[in-house]
Ligand binder design. Structure first.
Ligand code: MLT
Length: 310
């Protein structure tokens, strides 16, 4: 029997092929609560479970680590590769949900929706306090132009925004075809009214917005990070929010989750959510189906569809 440990909450319907297979035993339990880790051949996770080298040491029969989502920063890829463990993810499953959440955050920021809502719930009627801005005509800087960045751009075009985007593989031709501008990171910082991140966290992107680079942004800029905590340095963000240079920030992701402290998320001009960009019924079903298929592939000796490392 091929034994699968489902360590985070993953959509049940998507796991059906594993739960129904007579070649597979599927156990749903957090990795830290399992005694017989050595009996498992596969582990399925979202972002909460950290699949470290130490965890892999306790799982000598592990063949596949399946990440029901995009980011694999919670998996030690080097340790997996050294042990010949396949790592797969679900690169397409939550694209739309994350792009839509980015827009929820952007509109909430532009129209001060959360603060206005908190105020009216206290039975206040303070129309003067919640003047906002229109998105139409504003320049949206998109850093990271993969699947999610491009879906954000499409939606921004529907809102009549001007788009300037950066990704290492962006070409002028592609940008022209999409009706957007290809820019460098410095051009994006200098020109954007709103900057949104859709890149992975890497040594190049960690602290991309910091005490120095914030100085290159426009006064009144708004910042959105639904990608990964740490791309925007939190101390620097707090500083520039406090002195008014940054008009508002919307944050879904944190360097440490749950956050080490809640000072930033409690600031007046901050809209914050607890890493829920991918948390829709649709996305969670899609990512579960995608990774379940690859676990089944490994269990039945077939090639995987979405390898991160093999
Ligand atoms: C992802 O990397 O797919 C998202 O951050 C969502 C998640 O962590 O599940």
């Amino acid at each position: 029997m091929f034994r699968v440990l489902v360590s985070d909450k993953i959509a049940q319907e998507g796991l059906a092929p594993l739960l129904e297979s007579d070649q597979i035993v599927c156990v749903q339990k957090n990795v830290n609560e399992v005694d017989d880790l050595d009996s498992y051949n596969a582990i399925l996770v979202r972002s909460a479970t950290k699949v470290t080298a130490e965890v892999m040491e306790k799982m000598p029969n592990l063949k596949i680590i399946a990440r029901a989502g995009v980011g694999v920063d919670n998996v030690d890829l080097v340790a997996a590769k050294e042990r010949g463990i396949v790592v797969v993810n679900a690169p397409t499953g939550n694209t739309i949900s994350t792009a839509e959440h980015t827009f929820a955050l952007m509109l909430a920021l532009a129209r001060k929706v959360c603060a206005a809502n908190a105020s009216i719930r206290k039975e206040e009627w303070n129309r003067a306090a919640f003047g906002g801005i229109e998105l139409a005509g504003k320049t949206l800087g998109i850093i990271g132009f993969g699947r999610i960045g491009s879906e954000v751009a499409k939606r921004a075009q529907a809102f009549d925004m001007n788009i300037i985007a950066y990704s290492p593989s962006m070409t002028k031709e592609r940008a022209d075809n999409l009706g957007i501008t290809a820019g460098t990171i410095n051009e994006i910082l200098a020109q954007s009214d709103i900057i949104t991140f859709h890149c992975a966290i890497t040594p190049e992107t960690k602290g991309l917005l910091n005490m120095d680079s914030f100085k290159k942004t426009k006064p009144g800029v708004m910042i959105i990070n639904a990608a990964r905590g740490g791309i925007v340095d939190e101390e620097a963000l707090k500083h520039y929010l406090a002195n008014g240079h940054v008009a508002g920030a919307a944050i879904d992701v944190y360097p440490q989750e749950p956050p080490a402290d809640y000072d930033l998320v409690k600031m007046d001009n901050v809209v914050a959510t607890p890493h829920i960009a991918a948390s829709t019924a649709e996305a969670q079903l899609k990512v579960a189906v995608i990774v379940a298929e690859d676990v089944l592939n490994v269990a039945t000796g077939k090639p995987v569809q979405n390898p991160v490392t093999v």
